[in-house]
Write a protein that binds this ligand. Sequence first.
Ligand SMILES: Cc1cc2nc3c(=O)[nH]c(=O)nc-3n(C[C@H](O)[C@H](O)[C@H](O)COP(=O)(O)OP(=O)(O)OC[C@H]3O[C@@H](n4cnc5c(N)ncnc54)[C@H](O)[C@@H]3O)c2cc1C
Length: 438
Amino acid sequence: MKHFIQGFFWLGLYLVVSLLPLAVVFIGPRPPGRDFITELSAALGFVGLAMIGLQFFLTARFRLIEAPYGLDMILRFHREISMVACLIILAHPLLILWRDQSLHILYLPDQPLRVWFAVISLLALAALIVSSIWRRKLRLSYETWRVIHGSLAICALGFALGHVIGVGHYIADLWQQVLWIAMAAASITVLLYIRVFKPLIQKRRPYRIADIHQEGGNAWTLRCVPDGHSGIEFDAGQFAWLTLWNSPFTIEEHPFSLASSALEEEYVEFTIKELGDFTRELDKVEPGTTAYIDGPYGAFSFERYPAAGYVFIAGGIGITPIMSMLRTLADYGDTRPLLLIFAAHRFENLTFYDEIEELKERLEYLQTVHILNDPPEDWSGETGFVDAQMLNRHLPEYPRRHQYFLCGPFPMLISVEQALLQVDVPGTHIHAELFNLV
Ligand SMILES: Cc1cc2nc3c(=O)[nH]c(=O)nc-3n(C[C@H](O)[C@H](O)[C@H](O)COP(=O)(O)OP(=O)(O)OC[C@H]3O[C@@H](n4cnc5c(N)ncnc54)[C@H](O)[C@@H]3O)c2cc1C
């Protein structure tokens, strides 16, 4: 309920702030001799501008804002609302062209600086969208894309504000000036918060790698011990950004689920599969290496959804947040029925296989089902994919009384969700974590 109210509050605030510029257009004194189309065009431009400013807040990882939704949901909203903002902004010059019934405005050499500003802002927005949608096709590494993305966003906002000042309408009254300055100052403050204050706080709260060891499934577990502070409190299943080898001011940080028990006070652990540039270097980490952790984030946790029992469905390295939940439930001495369905390509890919079997001694009602695509010859367990028939064989007698947590590759999440719906699990009981935010 608390999260529901918080979520409602932030959504309401988003609507108020993005529509606030309309007050400037429709309440304040209007420039003389302007028709409705011109006013509408200005109003749309202002709303679009406010929405672009708000994008900085959405990506600033404010825990208070992300708590009710989860960061993945906020980032999805950020992506989708940016399309809406762009369409609204585009309507601003299109209405002017339509009003004038002429394309003269497009001949830039004749235009004043304020029009150039508007064009540069629009081009920056277009480049921002193209580079985000086609990042992989453009072969941009995540880090390069992040630098480009941030720079284009600042450019789009800065030139749009330049355009507003250049046009000079709706900035005459003191209250209008206060409003625009407050909006610009808030965006700059958020940038400073992300790039300066937050890294400074992290710098004062370092971690030391106390242990690193290899796990099944080509993964490494890193144990991070807080160095001179109390560490972080998290809900089992949440994730954090990890920075290794670098200062917290660098752009290179990676999200990983906190895999250790949430009740463990001495350390946190990440279990990371070798995949790309960063994760393939983990064998070089030495005990004693300094690490920085920004978190926790996310809403993927059994703590949020009280239930008679839980069903966990993991694919490959998607076991990590689920492992944290199982370890935490074991530390609580939980006695509710738990079912883990763990899918992997081969037996060797079942990270934590032995530890999960051992956990059954502490979790009396934990049942495990392993399912392999490419099983060894003597395999007697499930084979193939998780589908409705397979779920019917293993799900508890009253599936609607349980909550379901899914983590794995995207195609698996989609098909397992469909299968759960087919066996009458309510959609509201299904919670998924995807290891991909961008
Ligand atoms: C919420 C969440 C939890 C995760 N938990 C785990 C976990 O417990 N164990 C695990 O092995 N993996 C986890 N991942 C995946 C992990 O973040 C990526 O595998 C890792 O960042 C890849 O980095 P790389 O440079 O080695 O690979 P690359 O080949 O450079 O990147 C592969 C892909 O990973 C994504 N990625 C890369 N860098 C970042 C970044 N800094 N921020 C966001 N996405 C990035 C991009 O989509 C990229 O295309 C998690 C991801 C998310 C979003």
